[in-house]
Write a protein of this length. Structure first.
Lengths: 394, 330
């Protein structure tokens, strides 16, 4: 017999057996890019279902809870090829009654999609883009961010490097726009937390194949030369989101120094090696469902779908407007295996979250680091804080 | 109900003679078993000496730990070995195991000690085990990541909390069907009834609250909240709960807040915070309720609280990452 919600007493919800009723259907759309971006390391090559695999697990989790509350969650996947219109795809989902869209899109496409369905009341979750501008000058009232920002990642890393007393950085930046943005975030972090960038270098992307048969021999000669004659430094910090050179740096620098940033010690929202705070259960569930390990994008997408589930169970509703109000309200928090509750920054709808620092095999540390204090939440020592924000939610 | 453990009698064979060891020791002599999550050991504490007298090797990742009702065994859930091991309290060695489901964490026994209910975190089930025959006799499907387990004093209702579903599931022990689901705050980890069955308390680790539930109405009737000056809200993570037999005072472990809250169990008001070790997990009273022992997961020790004085009187070093604790008469 299907259980029907019959009353709410206090903050608790009472469920008893009642006559069968149709479950509340809650549609979640996934809007992602077609194809995968190449990586320098073969083992880092993302799976085709990177991201959406996390949503699938969250929908299973939501449906397990939903069977006690008479709610059912369904997923619709849309993939955009180059040149496809994100706005049209979002409107298409809204037309088919989907009230929530979890997106892994570049910033411009994401904004187009959010604006196209704004009047339809559709709520979007940015699971993929780390661009700060989406939470600052380009923030949107119907766009929630579960991906961390570039500035949160940079701050998470910087706090650890400063705690470790590795305060002199050699900053090496790639020649693409996103590399420059990451370098900018790292400079800001250095200033905030008292690190010193002793010198900056740019690694020009001159094109060429990512994989060649005699690659290592050449790289082994290039990287020491590139990092030669640097002023005294403690750690090389690489800003190379485009993955052109950073993974080649560890063990190849002229001076024997650790590497951090885009290679070596990398700041992330999640890692397959993370096993604290109950995370091992999450990793096991994910592995069982998807036959592979869980990535940061999977986790960001899982968190988005779980936030929808959490809001639906707390409000006993599938209405996007009601759920968005709850998510923006003071009573929302989500458990996501990070050792503390995660909440939304109400000024820009960014999810507060600890940042993991990983070396590819293990989680080395989790920021915020001890001693970095804040008057509201220590998680707000990561990224752009309320007094500095340029976001005006409308 | 943990305090209702039957007198544990330890037979000791000396030169062919049976000696009642329990009769020769002072009345206050109790023995505590502490599971050390990282060391894969159980520390045995003598409460007369307030010292570890033995360390027992067990399986991987020991957490939930309880004396059997007859005191002959200590059961310990070793999650990474997907089983519950039985420690013979006479020989203090692992002698057998029980067929739990994958990744058992917490469990509870019925009053007779015949049936064991186990929360299996990995597959959303509660497993039912016949302790005498040591076989699995059934399963109940519950929410995502089942954890907290409690049984009503009349034995009719089994409670399971699911950490990601955020509910307390009420299971009829006779029919093994879920009869009610009560939504609580995020990541419910532990459930405890008052001895008279009038209230069920459920701690929410991430939500930072303890929900007080009316078991008859299946409704949350109150919430206990915590505020410690100078402590950020996120660090207050309630886990273990113990309520005195007279239902007057409750103790709630607050995890990384490194404190145990003392709560007036009638008014649900916090009256005091006791500073203990780091990441305090679970707790158990001595059978006379004079002392409460709590495990401190990060500082690798057990704090002893004088229940009447509401003071921490002692700290005992145990293994790495102590988690669960159970106490009975020697």
């Amino acid at each position: 017999m299907i259980r029907l919600l019959v009353g709410i007493i206090g903050l608790g919800v009472l469920i008893t057996t009642a006559l069968a009723a149709d479950p509340v259907e809650i549609g979640i759309g996934y809007l992602g890019r077609a194809g995968v971006k190449p990586t320098l390391s073969l083992v880092e090559l993302p799976a085709e279902n990177d991201g959406i695999a996390g949503v699938r697990l969250a929908i299973e989790d939501n449906n397990t809870t939903g069977k006690f509350l008479n709610q059912r969650f369904a997923l619709e996947e849309v993939r955009l090829k180059d040149g496809d219109d994100a706005a049209k795809a979002a409107v298409g989902l809204a037309d088919r009654g989907v009230g929530f869209i979890i997106a892994d899109l570049p910033a411009d496409a994401l904004l187009k999609a959010a604006d196209a369905v704004r009047d339809r009341g559709t709520v979007l979750f940015n699971a993929g883009s780390i661009d700060d501008r989406l939470r600052e000058e380009d923030c949107r009232a119907n766009l929630i961010h579960t991906a961390p920002t570039r500035s949160m990642l940079a701050d998470g890393l910087a706090q650890y490097l400063v705690w470790k007393q590795w305060k002199r950085w050699l900053l090496v930046t790639g020649s693409h726009d996103n590399d420059r943005l990451f370098a900018e975030a790292l400079r800001r972090s250095a200033t905030r937390f008292g690190a010193k960038i002793v010198q900056e270098r740019v690694f020009e992307d001159t094109g060429g194949a990512r994989r060649t048969d005699s690659g290592v021999t050449l790289i082994q000669r290039q990287m020491p030369v590139f990092t030669q004659s640097a002023p005294a430094y403690d750690v090389l910090v690489a800003a190379d989101e485009s993955e052109v050179f950073a993974p080649y740096l560890p063990y190849r620098t002229w001076d024997p120094r650790p590497v951090a940033g885009s290679a070596g010690l990398v700041p992330k929202s999640w890692d397959a090696a993370h096993d604290q705070w109950g995370a091992v259960q999450m990793q096991n569930r994910f592995l069982k469902l998807n036959s592979r390990r869980m990535t940061a994008l999977d986790m960001q997408a899982w968190t988005a779908a779980r936030m929808i589930g959490e809001a639906a169970s707390r409000t006993n509703s599938g209405d996007p407007g009601k759920l968005l109000d709850f998510l923006k309200g003071p009573n929302f928090s989500i458990a996501a295996f990070k050792g503390q509750r995660l909440t939304l920054r109400d000024w820009n709808l960014q999810l507060r979250q600890p940042i993991l620092l990983t070396d590819g095999r293990m989680v080395v540390s989790v920021s915020p680091q001890e001693g970095f204090l804040h008057q509201v939440s220590e998680l707000d020592t990561l990224g752009v804080d309320r007094p500095e924000t340029r976001c005006k939610l409308q | 109900m943990k305090m209702e453990i039957a007198l544990m009698r330890r037979h000791c064979l000396l030169f062919g003679m049976m000696v009642w060891l329990a009769g020769t020791l002072p009345a206050s002599a109790f023995i505590a078993y502490v599971s050390n999550e990282k060391s894969n050991t159980v520390s045995v504490i003598d409460t007369d000496k307030w010292a570890v007298i033995k360390t027992i090797k067990v399986g991987q990742r020991p957490r939930g730990i309880e004396f059997t009702r007859d005191g002959k065994f200590v059961l310990v859930a070793v999650g990474d070995d997907d089983t519950i091991e039985m420690i013979d309290t006479a020989t203090q060695q692992v002698v057998d195991k029980l067929p739990s489901g994958p990744d058992p964490e917490l469990f509870v026994q019925d009053a007779a000690g015949k049936t064991l209910y186990v929360a299996n975190e990995n597959d959303n089930t509660v497993t039912i085990i016949d302790v005498e025959r040591r076989v699995r006799v059934g399963d109940v499907q519950v929410g995502v990541e089942p954890e907290g387990m409690a049984i009503s004093p009349d034995g009719k209702i089994l409670i399971n909390t699911s950490e990601t579903t955020n509910m307390a599931h009420f299971i009829d022990t006779a029919s093994r069907q879920i009869v009610a689901n009560v939504l609580v705050d995020a990541r419910p980890r532990f459930a405890e009834f008052k001895r008279d069955g009038s209230e069920l308390w459920v701690s929410s680790e991430i939500g930072g609250t303890v929900s007080v539930i009316d078991p008859a109405k299946h409704a949350v009737t109150g919430k206990i909240e915590f505020a410690i000056p100078g402590m950020r809200k996120e660090a207050i993570q309630p886990v273990g709960i113990s309520i005195t037999a007279d239902a007057k005072t409750a103790f709630i472990a607050l995890g990384p807040a490194n404190r145990v809250a003392v709560v007036d169990a009638a008014s649900h008001q916090v009256t005091k915070y006791l500073l203990v070790g780091q990441r305090v997990w679970h707790m158990a009273f001595t059978p006379d309720e004079k002392y409460l022992l709590v495990t401190n997961g990060v500082s690798n020790d057990v704090s002893v609280i004088d229940v009447a004085a509401l003071k921490v009187i002692k700290t005992i070093q145990v293994g790495e990452l102590p988690w669960g604790i159970t106490i009975a008469k020697q």
